[in-house]
Design a binder for this molecule. Sequence first.
Ligand SMILES: [Zn+2]
Length: 438
Amino acid sequence: MDGKYWNRKIETMPRQQIKEHQLQKLREQVKYCYENSSFYHKKFDSVGLKPQDIQTLEDLTKIPFTVKSDLRDNYPFGMVTVKPTEIVEIHASSGTTGNPIVGAYTRNDMDVWSELMGRSIYTTGGRPQDVIHIAYGYGLFTGGLGFHYGAQKVGAKIIPASGGMTQRQIKLMKDLGATILACTPSFAVYLAETMAQEGVDPRKDLKLKRGMFGAEPWSSKIRERIEQQIGIEAFDVYGLTELCGPGVSIECEQHDGLHIWEDHFIVETIDPDTGEVLADGEEGELVFTTLTKTGLPMLRYRTRDISKITTEQCKCGRTHSRMLRVQGRSDDMLIIRGVNVFPSQIEYAVMCFSELATQYLIVVDRPGALDTFVVKVELCEKAASNPQLDKNALKNEVQKRIHIVTGISADVEIVKPDEIPRTEGKAKRVLDLRKGKM
Ligand SMILES: [Zn+2]
């Protein structure tokens, strides 16, 4: 720890040096995968590639992509590169169908993950004197324990609240003096709404200063709402089970993209349709290669997340490249009447109206030949009790806004406060009734 940096030497390393470090680590990781994984060995052989063919960072593109179905097909341990006894911890993603995505960690992987989460928390201003309230789910999901290990590294006081029991969480934050809140953005919104209902004024009754939010895409509008309603500075956190969990990248105090910890990962952006590698600044699917993993290394893993990368130096002094906040996961992307629509776009449109609460539900169906596209939005308590409110005018305005953001028309349905069901983990935003009607 050195002033604002967790590790000044690494975080401000000149880019040329980052590249040299990456090349050396990449060659080691590739050789390691080829020698220890029949999965990667076969993959290399199928395109006639040998580890020694990787001579430059550009040679990375010769390696075939790894995709989510590779992990599902090799469930649970088919892609693991060490003896079973060397795996010390297992996590898994919250898949709703089929085999979950399993993360298998060696001692080395746990150390790297904890270090990167410690570095990430420190980058957002977390210090040993902080009290970090972790309301990410504990268990197989990487959110809760990932933050836990990182906070231990920082030396902060940890409140391992996990998900659920919203009222109790607010009481605990109040009584135990939480200064940092870590949870999904949708749970933060839910906490803020519950505080308002319970008459808790976060600025007066709580000591919260910052929030670290991630595990689902969220719009800048929802961020403004969280910041304003809870009175905190919000930071975006990014990661995925396949790479380690949270700790892959983090927003700094400039709030201008998330620094990717490039001493442990190489990032590329590709055209999701053709697989072609895109230039810096072009929007595409993020692809990550791990450089230091020993349990379950990932070579060119396709995340399905859409974003863009910049290597321009950040005002914070860190040299590690930045990714813009993820617009959406291409898995979440809906194709409605032939147009790509991300739930985050709808969220953005909804958040533009102070009369509306933060909950919304997209319902897509195909009763005949054409898709129907309904967006249910909820009035906030204040607007609902305002007799002057012109619901029709509001509905028209919301429809117009959705059309501007997505390019297609939606039917907006305005419902009463609390009519849309809440969830305490990741939010359910889409009801696609077209399945089986294609
Ligand atoms: Zn920065």
